[in-house]
Unconditional design. Sequence first.
Length: 165
Amino acid sequence: MNFSQTSALVSRGFVLSPMATIRSDRPEVTRELARELARDLRSPIVIALYGDLGAGKTLFTQALAQALGVAQPVTSPTFTLINEYDLPGGGKLFHVDCYRLRDAEAEAIALGLEELFDAGVVVIEWADRIASLLPENRIDIHIEHAGEEERQIVILDRRPDRATA
């Protein structure tokens, strides 16, 4: 997918526009991006994460969860498939990992994944494996290796109130 690049870094944080490309040179920058995104989230929302093994999808999710107020440790749901966390003041964060699904879309349907889309904040790692099931109203985050510690992070906010002109 070819995304146009937008300046996204400012002095005290990130400016998140409907389409932004951020160059992260260390994990803390990726965490800060997740914290900034969390400030603007309203449930229900689906966040679709894309990227290779070790790109930083779980690190991003951990920082997002912490910023949303999740108190317990956030771990990868690689083998459990879905981890559920309570949010302060009510609401849920669902952390989904589609990596180990063999017939990903059929298994996701059988798990009831689509029912979660309206139930809280849903973060899906390996979202490309269930692309046809994803709602149009979502945020896509592509995390790509751009060096040993460096990542290129492309955010495409598909929420109707954030649509590009």
